[in-house]
Ligand binder design. Structure first.
Ligand SMILES: [Fe+2]
Ligand SMILES: [Fe+2]
Length: 209
């Protein structure tokens, strides 16, 4: 692809990501074949709000990866980041489908969070490959903490959402250890605390809109 084609392809991916219209995934959703209990209206709303936050987290992950790949110092790291973004479209698709089942919508704030995450990713990339990979690891470790919290908070009996989040958690933990093994720096606690603060802004806003 020439640079213009690449730019158009990236823009198209970004639009489908924020709009919640990725649609298909390479791996079947973990929710397939899982029945769960029939949820009442209140439970459905809670589950949909939590899944909307998780979907936005995946939107941010896409933007971070793409931003990080754009400014990565080595072609090897850029390639692995772009590959990771493609693999994680599964998570987007699973969350999208579950939100639809629950009769709700993806966050209206997705474009804002995509843009902010892209900028953060590109900044991390400029700091060199060790920091760039370390940023992946630190982000994934935060995502695992967050998914543990949501696994607790999902309505009891929502086994379909729970199966999706459990699988995502396994994947994210693997991404964290892969990034560290590839040479990622271990971020100090204060840096992680700032990242946690930013992610709280995202989770609290997208829960409602
Ligand atoms: Fe993910
Ligand atoms: Fe991940």
């Amino acid at each position: 692809m020439n640079p213009v084609d690449r730019l158009i392809a990236r823009f198209d991916e970004a639009l489908r990501t924020v709009a919640g219209t990725v649609g298909t995934s390479d791996r079947a959703s973990p929710a397939i074949g899982i029945e769960g209990r029939e949820l009442n209206a209140q439970e459905k709303e809670t589950a949909a709000r939590l899944m909307r936050v998780n979907h936005c987290g995946e939107v941010c992950a896409q933007a971070l990866y793409r931003g990080q790949a754009l400014t990565a110092k080595s072609g090897r790291v850029a390639g692995s980041l772009n590959q990771a973004a493609r693999e994680e479209t599964d998570h987007l698709a699973w969350c999208e489908a579950r939100i639809q089942e629950l009769g709700s919508h993806v966050s209206y704030l997705n474009p804002v969070w995509y843009a902010a995450s892209f900028a953060m990713g590109a900044t991390a990339g400029l700091m060199g490959d060790r920091v760039n990979l370390g940023f992946v690891a630190a982000t994934e470790s935060e995502v695992c903490r967050h998914l543990d919290d949501h696994l607790e908070r999902l309505p009891e009996g929502d086994d379909r959402s729970r199966s999706i989040l459990s699988k995502m958690r396994d994947d994210e933990a693997r991404h964290e250890s892969n990034a560290l093994e590839a040479g990622g720096a271990r971020f100090p606690a204060p840096v992680k605390a700032v990242m946690r603060g930013v992610s709280k802004l995202m989770t609290r806003s997208t829960y409602w809109i």
